[in-house]
Write a protein that binds this ligand. Structure first.
Ligand SMILES: [Mg+2]
Length: 279
């Protein structure tokens, strides 16, 4: 019995050493600062939705998509937040700095939305509601392998009927190699999602009714996101409902619809850099 307990302890220790809080925090700072830097080159950027899913993206890419094959198993359904995916792909060496410096510029190939065929991009998204259908197809194709398909969706995207068609299909076909995270920031481009579509809530219950495992989490706590994915019920697809704040952690961006798509002036830029650094 003692041996078994000792063994368990060793295993748990090994699993938890995979997660590194300090590194995760540093990476999130780095990603957000790089997005700010890129914003100096363009008239506007999708700050709000990219900052709200930074911790989610950091966890998926750094703890779950480790090999080259696994990196192909990700679909950013909320394609308007492509800039956070681009900065991570740059950090991984999949995109080059000079390519990202040309973001949304004449002669560059990286646009506002991800395009399949660009380095590290597995699906063209941006027309909201299409991601989960593609996830279903990819997951069916990968059923015989051990590959899990990961995706990040927006909460506004849950208004699209196609999202629910895919959710019902995935549940009915018991496609279990799927992990999706809903960036639940309660804002779409112009208003609160809970006001425009109050019957969406509770989101978790809806996925559960369709045969998914679904749990809530704090979408700015990378350790919690990591644990909820790592220790998920692997007999079902997972829908993680991550509570986030649009524009987090920049004070003047948070929960402000205008920061859905905008670039800061010099004063705002300095303030954002300072607040991200101090977080
Ligand atoms: Mg939203």
């Amino acid at each position: 019995m003692e041996y078994r307990l000792g063994y368990k302890k060793q295993v748990c220790k090994k699993i938890m050493t995979n997660y590194n809080k300090k590194l995760s925090l540093e990476r999130c700072k780095k990603y957000r600062k790089r997005i700010l830097e890129i914003s100096k080159n363009v008239s506007a950027l999708h700050f709000g939705g990219s900052f709200s899913c930074t911790e989610i993206m950091e966890v998926i890419y750094n703890y779950f998509l480790k090999s080259k094959i696994e990196k192909d198993c990700f679909i950013l359904s909320k394609g308007h937040s492509s800039i956070i995916q681009y900065v991570i792909l740059e950090e991984k060496g999949i995109l080059k700095k000079k390519q990202l410096d040309m973001y949304c510029k004449k002669g560059g190939f990286l646009g506002v939305h991800p395009d399949r065929g660009n380095p590290g991009i597995n699906a063209s998204t941006g027309s909201l509601g299409h991601g989960l259908g593609m996830v279903a197809g990819e997951a069916i194709a990968e059923r015989s392998s051990k590959n899990v398909i990961y995706s990040v969706l927006s909460d506004g995207e849950l208004q699209e009927g196609s999202t629910w068609e895919a959710a019902i299909l995935i549940g009915a076909m018991k496609i279990k190699n799927i992990v999706i995270v809903i960036d639940n920031n309660n804002l779409q481009s112009l208003e609160e999602t809970s006001k425009s579509h109050p019957n969406l809530y509770p989101i978790k219950k809806k996925f559960q009714n369709f045969g998914w495992s679904s749990v809530d989490c704090n979408g700015h706590n990378s350790e919690e996101i990591y644990k909820k994915i790592k220790y998920r019920d692997k007999s079902k697809p997972l829908a993680l409902i991550a509570k986030t704040i649009k524009g987090y952690p920049v004070s003047y961006m948070m929960n402000e619809p205008i920061w859905h798509y905008r670039s800061p002036d010099k004063k705002d830029y300095i303030k954002a850099m300072k607040e991200i650094e101090e977080k």
